[in-house]
Design a protein around this ligand. Sequence first.
Ligand SMILES: [Zn+2]
Ligand SMILES: [Zn+2]
Ligand SMILES: [Zn+2]
Length: 790
Amino acid sequence: MQVRRRIHVAGIVQGVGFRPYVYRLATERHLAGQIANTSSGVVIEVEGAAEVVEDFLSSLPTQAPPLALITEIRVVEIDRTGEINFCILPSHPSASVRTLISPDIATCADCLREMFDPADRRYRYPFINCTNCGPRFSILKGIPYDRPQTSMSIFPMCPNCLAEYEDPRNRRFHAQPNACWECGPQLEFCDSRGQRLSVEDPIAEAVAKLRAGDIVAVKGLGGFHLAVDATNSGAVERLRERKRRIEKPFAVMVSNLETVSHFCMLGAEERELLCLPQRPIALLPRKDPCPLADSVAPFNSDLGIFLPYTPIHHLLFKESDLQALVMTSGNLSEEPIAIGNSEAVARLGDIADWFLFHNREILLRCDDSVLRRTGGRTRQIRRSRGFVPVPVFLKRDFPPTLAVGGELKNTICLLRGREAFLSQHIGDLENVEAYKFFHEAVDHFQRILEVRPGIVAYDLHPDYFSTRWVQKQQGIQAVGVQHHHAHIASCMAENHLEARVIGFALDGTGYGTDGHIWGGEVLLADYVDFKRAAHLAYVPLPGGAAAIREPWRLALSHLWASFGPDLLKLPIPFFRKIPQAKILTVLRMMERQVNSPLTSSCGRLFDAVAALINIRHEVNYEAQAAIELEMCRDEAAAGRPYPFGLSEAGDPMQIDSRPLFQAIVEDLLRGATMGEISQRFHDGLVEALAAIARILRKRTSMNTVCLSGGTFQNACLASHLEQQLQSQGFEVYTHSQVPAGDGGISLGQAVVAAHHALSGDLSLRFTKRPAGREINNIAAAIPASFCHKS
Ligand SMILES: [Zn+2]
Ligand SMILES: [Zn+2]
Ligand SMILES: [Zn+2]
C-alpha cells in the first residue's frame, strides 16, 4: 500500500546537515517527497510503500548527524500526490525563527583525514570544517543561521566550495563556514605589538617559538588562548608572572589520548569525557610522577586536560614534537577572554611574545567548558563552549523570562516556552570587562532567540551588579529570588521535579533574607517558595572579604565560638603560624562586632578546617583551601566521623560545628595527620546532613532530596552524601546539565520568577532590603579582591 506522511521534526536540525541526511535516507529507500526548513524545525513529506515509510521513520532519529538534537517528531497521514522525486526546498526567509542554534564543535574525523592528506585540496588548511564540525555559535551575528548572518559573510565562496555547499549529497551542504585555501580565512604571525611578520608558514613559526619557551597567543574558536610548552617550567612560571595568576591551575591541551595517559590516570569514563565532540576540559587525577611542570597546577592533585579541537591545534601538535601546551584563556586574571585581534594586542601584548592571528572574526566570546566525572556521572563545572546555546529542556511552557544570575561565575538564562537557554560563562561581574560582556550577552541572547522577556529575575543581594542592572530596567516585572532557593530550583528544573523537595544548598556566599551571609542551608522548597529548615550556626566573618582571602580568620572565628576566651591557651601548631598581633586584632574585631558579618557558609567551614590544620592560611583563588583540604584526605587512616551538634527544637534547626572543632583540636593535640582529620571531617559532614534529611522526612513525609551549590563540586562530599542518602531510601537529585555552583543559578532564578508570574504573584519583588549597615557588611564580604588575584 502506498502512503504519504508529513513529519515535523523539532530541535537542532538546521545548519547541522539534517536536510542532506534526510535526503540520503529517503533517496536510498526510493521514497518521494520533500524537506523544508520551517520556523519550528524541519517538515518532511515522504511517499512510498507503507513498510518502507515505516522503516524511514524508525531510522530518522537513530542515524541523525552528530550535531543534530531531535526534541520532537510528530507524524501525520496526508493525501498522496503521486510525486516521484525527493527534493530539498529552499529556506523561507522567516524559517529559522524558533529553531535551535548549534554550538561550536571540535573538528571531525573526516575533516582531519582530509587536512592531513597531501592530495586533498584542503591539505593543512587551518579552517577546514563541514556540517558535522566547526564554528557555529561564536561566529553568529543574528538569525536565520545562514552565511550572511555569520562572520564568514566577508569570504565569498570559490566555485569548488560553492559546489559542495549546494550539493545535497555533500558533507558540506549548507555548511555555513565552508571555506578553503582559495576563498577562506588565513593565518598570520605577528609580534607582541601586532606587527605582521612575513613568514612562510605561521604554524611552523608558532611551533618554533613554543619549543623555545615563548608565550604565543593563539586565536581559537571562542577566544584567544595563551600557550606555552607545559613541560617547560621556566616558560610556565613566566606566564604565571605576566598573567598575574599565582597558583590557580592552568588547563593543558595534550596532543592525543595516548600522551594524556602519561600524565593522568585514565579510565574508560575519562577517555569518553575527553573525546566528547565538545572537547571540554576534563579534570583528571594527576599521575605521580608527572612529566609536566609542577607550576602548571601547584598543590593540586588534579589536572585540567583537553584534546585539540580546532584545525590550528591539530596542526600545532602534529607538526611538532610538542606533547602538551598550557592553553589558558587569553585574559589578565579574571577578565573575559579576548576575541578581537586588536583587542588581543591591547590586552595581551604585555603577556604574549607572539600572536597567531587569523581573519575569521569571533563574534561571541566563549570560554572552554570544564567537566568532571564523579559518582558515575558527568558534572559541569563550567558550561560554555560546545554546550551553549543548547537549551535545558523543561517540563512545561513558561512565559518569556530573563534571569541575570549572581555575581561570581555569572551566567544569564532566557526562558522560551519549554526551553531554558543558559549563556556561556560570563565571569565575575565586579570586573569591568566582564560586566560589559554581561550586557553583550543579554542583548545577543535576546536577539538570536528572538525573545523579549516581560519578567526579569535577579538575586536579592542589593549590591550585585546584575541586581543593579535590573533595577534600572523599565517596563518589566522584576522578581528577586533568594540565592539558595535559586540553587535548589535549578536542580529541580533540570531534573523535571514538580513536588516540594528537601534541598541542601551548600556554597560560599549567598544573600539571606535576614541580611546575613547564608551558605550552609537546608531548605524545604518548591518553585514558588521555600522554608529555611536548618542551617549551619552563624559565626562571625571577621574582616568580611579579608576573611575569604585569609581562611585563618575563619579558623579563629570557629575556635572562638567553640572555646571562648580560653582559645589562646590551646597548645596547637596553628597559633605558631600566625603572628600574635594579627590574632589579637581579629579577636577584638569579633568581640566588638566590628566588620564581622555573620555567616552560615559551608565553604567557609571548609576554609576554617583547612586553616586550622595548617593546610593553607591564605588563598590565591576561590575555594583553594577547600580544594586542598579535599585532596589531602586519607581514606585509609580515617577514624570515626567527627560529631556535629543539632538543635532539633529550633526553627530553623541549627547545625552546631562546635563539637567538630573540639574534636579536631583533640586530634591535633594527639598528633593526628592532616589526611585523617580531613577524612573524618568529610565523613562527619555527610553524617550530619543525612541525619537532618531523616529528621525532615519524619516531620514532612518528603523523600526527595536535591543537592546544589558550589560545595558539591567537592567530589567526595557529593558522592558520599548521595550514596548515604540513597542507602537510606531517599530519592536524590543532583546536577548534570548545569553547574552545581553559581554558574547554574540563573536557571533556578528564571523558573522561580516564571512560576510567580504564572501564579500572578510577583510579591517577591525587591523583598526585605535590610538596613544599610548590614548591606555594607555583606557587600564587603564578597571577595572583590579575587578579580585581580586569581
Ligand atoms: Zn568536519
Ligand atoms: Zn573555497
Ligand atoms: Zn551559590
